[in-house]
Design a protein around this ligand. Sequence first.
Ligand code: UFG
Length: 338
Amino acid sequence: MKILVTGGTGYIGSHTVVELQNRGHEVIIIDNLSNSYSTVVDQIEKITGKRPVFEVFDLTDKAKTAAFFQQNSDLDGIIHFAAYKAVGESVEKPLKYYRNNLESLLNILDGMQEYKIPSLVFSSSCTVYGEPDELPVSEAAPIKPATSPYGNTKQISEEIIRDTAANSSFNAILLRYFNPIGAHESALIGELPIGVPNNLIPYITQTAAGIREQLSVFGDDYDTPDGTAIRDYIHVTDLAKAHIAALERMAHKKSKEKVEAFNVGTGNGYSVLEVIRAFEKSTGEKLNYKIAPRRAGDVEKVWSETTLANNELGWKAEKNIEEMMASAWKWQLALEKK
Ligand code: UFG
């Protein structure tokens, strides 16, 4: 299949391009490089032996996006990653988030409608469930009011896709990611946090590498066995493979509804302290950390019910937490060499 991957030089996008090319699909990347580097395309070529087509422009540019679709009206599917994703920044600059994340989606949907492109995979998030009432959280759980403009763009995007698909020929699959971590086994691509990391795993690896002095564990008074918050961490390569399963489901006409949503997690929850222990065990490094106050806006605990994704997509996460930590550390060491 000929697949457009928006945001294809980003963290999850680049790993997905690798898996698509490994499966023999033809890839076109569009990225504006706002939070990634063009050298990622060289790395993808090193891993797969194939260079994806790469176009640099901003998908909020309606004219450029329309011109792209006119020239590529034979696409078999689109995986739409391109979006801003920093929760804290979205609170400070909500319009930046609404404009970027929603206008780009609208321009893509225009193209899909006009040229009858059959399939869309959309990057959604477990953030749509907020603090779930039942765990593990299933796709049938209620959508809770968003706690950040970033989270709201994911909820609104899901609604826009549902409304548009209801009156168009395309199918869509919304993938609700839990916490993607780790890096490709080659350590040629991975997450490139710019500045001080917000997320747990890059903060851990940078602390172990001596770039940060100490990790703060945000809260040890949650209602969890060790008091620290629980998440469902998933290896980025496992996550990438879920996108291929979603595209192939639509291509083989196996969708049961025009728009389907699937959780993409492992089904296992780990506390912050358990993650630290897994890191220490799998790398042999000792981590300097302290307990700090809770971080505003954090959910206490969330992990996924994966039965639907397992049964319907025929997909299952394979890598365990220690493999995830080992790959994140290998990537950190590779980054330092660079
Ligand atoms: N944490 C720490 N110390 C740190 C960083 C994080 O203790 O320095 C804790 C957090 O409090 C949380 C856990 O580690 O309990 C995971 O935090 P992350 O920031 O790595 O991930 P989040 O679950 O907060 O956020 C992720 C994505 C967001 C998305 C959110 C909900 O990074 O983009 O899930 O979908 F919005």
